[in-house]
Write a protein that binds this ligand. Structure first.
Ligand code: ADP
Ligand code: MG
Length: 283
């Protein structure tokens, strides 16, 4: 890491983050017990350096994503976006901070409103901002972004059901990009897609990183997916980080049994990692 990076305020800084949920009571007058979905999670995301969160189902990944997006309150700890503690911000300040941070969800079928046109869906985050521009300006921006994700301006007046799963995820990515965020949090963005389509969408995300200067916090149960895109990976198990490191190191020398199981679960040949791609294009 260069000095420059270490002295710059991180894009995202998560410190000792915890979230517990009350368990259903077994007896009427019993004090409710808590289950710890997340505890003591700390990491930083620096601009241009994608971070991956990997873990099996139930390990706390989506809980973490919701806390980072400030869609849920932590039991302890903090989430700082460009130095601002998101969970301490008043509503108006949080809305404007959200411009810098957008989310892409797993399921491209349920995350897009079937009754809205692509133009409405993609421009929707603009409506949440203070200065939204005219309808025509919004449409123009949506058209530009659609082209950038490999769709066409002519798709603006279509509805989600007219697209394949991979195309719908491109629409979801376009919606995330329209506020020109610095950070995109993607929770299992390709898990619902066929393997060949997964690679296309991940490659698109790599391209968009270069053209839009966005950085990803990428969440997946699949180590191959985070390996493709990330510079650093954290392994989550029962709400705690059990191992962290470069994707290549985790892949080749997994230390924790959970990481070893995730490596063994990768069902296919590894797609080229970001580091390998960089080496190839540099060489
Ligand atoms: P992942 O995304 O890694 O599959 P989640 O973050 O969704 O995991 O869930 C982590 C744990 O927290 C699970 O045991 C889940 O059942 C529990 N959990 C998640 N959300 C809630 C909630 N709203 N109420 C109670 N328990 C929850
Ligand atoms: Mg999840």
């Amino acid at each position: 890491m260069t000095n420059n990076i270490t002295t710059t305020t991180p894009l995202l800084e998560v410190t000792d983050l915890a979230r517990s949920y009350p368990l259903p009571r077994e007896k009427l007058f019993q004090a409710p017990k808590q289950m710890q979905a997340l505890r003591g999670v700390s990491f930083a995301v620096h601009s241009g350096r994608n971070v991956g969160i990997v873990g099996e189902s139930g390990s706390g990944k989506s809980t973490l994503a919701r806390l980072v997006m400030a869609l849920d309150q932590p039991s302890a700890g903090s989430v700082r976006l460009l130095g601002q503690d998101l969970h301490q911000l008043p509503a108006a300040a949080l809305r404007s901070a959200r411009r810098d941070m957008q989310m892409v969800f797993q399921d491209p079928y349920s995350s897009l409103d079937p009754r809205q046109t692509v133009a409405r869906i993609v421009a929707e985050p603009l409506a949440a901002l203070a200065q939204i521009g005219s309808r025509a300006e919004q449409r123009e921006q949506a058209a530009q972004i659609l082209t950038a994700v490999g769709l066409r301006a002519g798709d603006l007046d279509k509805y989600p059901h007219e697209f394949s799963g991979g195309q719908r995820q491109r629409i979801a990515i376009a919606r995330a990009l329209i506020t020109r965020p610095k950070l995109i949090i993607a929770d299992e963005p390709v898990s619902a897609l066929d393997v060949s389509v997964q690679a296309q969408v991940l490659n698109l995300m790599v391209d968009l990183q270069a053209s839009f200067g966005v950085t990803y916090l990428l969440i997946s149960h699949d180590l191959a997916v985070v390996h493709h895109l990330c510079d650093e990976v954290l392994v989550l198990h029962q709400g705690q980080v059990v191992e962290r490191g470069s994707p290549n190191n985790l892949f080749l020398k997994p230390q924790h049994p959970v990481t070893q199981a995730l490596v063994a679960a990768v069902p296919r040949a590894l797609p080229g990692s970001k580091t390998q791609q960089a080496e190839i294009s540099a060489g």
